[in-house]
Ligand binder design. Sequence first.
Ligand code: BYC
Length: 308
Amino acid sequence: MEEFWRIVGEDGRIEPRDVMPEDYRASLVRQIAQHAHSEIIGMQPEGAWISRAPSLRRKAILMAKVQDEAGHGLYLYAAAETLGVDRGELLDKLHDGRQKYSSIFNYPTLTWADIGTIGWLVDGAAIVNQVPLCRCSYGPYARAMVRVCKEESFHQRQGFEALHTLSHGTPEQHAMAQDAVDRWWWPSLMMFGPHDAESTHSEKSMAWGVKRFSNDDLRQRFVDMTVPQAEALGLTLPDPDLRWNEERGHYDFGTIDFTELFEVIKGNGPCNAERMATRRGAHEAGAWVREAANAYADKHARRTAGAA
Ligand code: BYC
């Protein structure tokens, strides 16, 4: 393991064939799979609005965003496979509840304003969390993150722009934007995970150079970045305790209800059952595509073997 710790200590990259501790490998599989699952389940709340987008331009943008998320899932499953696991096995674990996906995708998208708010707040939080992962010690994950973050910065900007349009529209549109922000703000803060003191994986993950900043540090960074953006949008954030703290040089904010996060993670959020039923249904409906792809690959392999 000397070589592993030398590379990590020099801020280098561990590559698939390098020797690595078993718990490093297992923890990366857990995190990367959870991340990949979040991308593909995250397509559902937004996908529901493709047929109801208010203009051709908005529809084209939303279709591109949801397709990007499928692509991010694919990069990430491929990155996990470099650690010796099979994508099919990871999907089985998602479908039978042995692996998780982000809590945030268990909330409903009630109006069009939710789509702008997801772009602004959820992609905004994802970027704050993922930019440091571009420097993560595992090479394939770090490289996937560089591409994912580039696309997500477009996602975040389109959300901000959509919400800005609503917020500066009719009083009804402004109210719709405010209502969406009121519902998504606290779940977006929960996305960063439990407080540092309750985080099971942080200590090891930081020693391995996977995590670069703690859950609470990234959450604070997100709040500091988002408050001025809310002001520019003309919208308020639903927290009476949110105020600038001159001494700390950060915004103070109210207490997060972590019982809600843990309930959602356990499967008791507003949309967990619906999201999983849709995901399992999509997997079953896609069985013929996987069978056809395997049959084609077998045929191709036989032909290549015959030619040799
Ligand atoms: N949701 O020890 P901790 C996107 C779990 S998708 C569910 O701090 P860690 C997008 C955690 O797994 C972007 N579970 O964990 C897509 C652990 O469980 P176990 C998604 C959570 O790993 C479509 C336990 O709680 N981003 O952007 O050190 C449309 C204790 O936590 C959550 C990623 O996946 C949660 N929110 O830190 C739009 C980023 N939080 O193993 C947008 C990659 C915690 O003890 N992941 N748990 O049973 C990470 O950076 C880290 O895994 C986390 C958690 C910061 C999320």
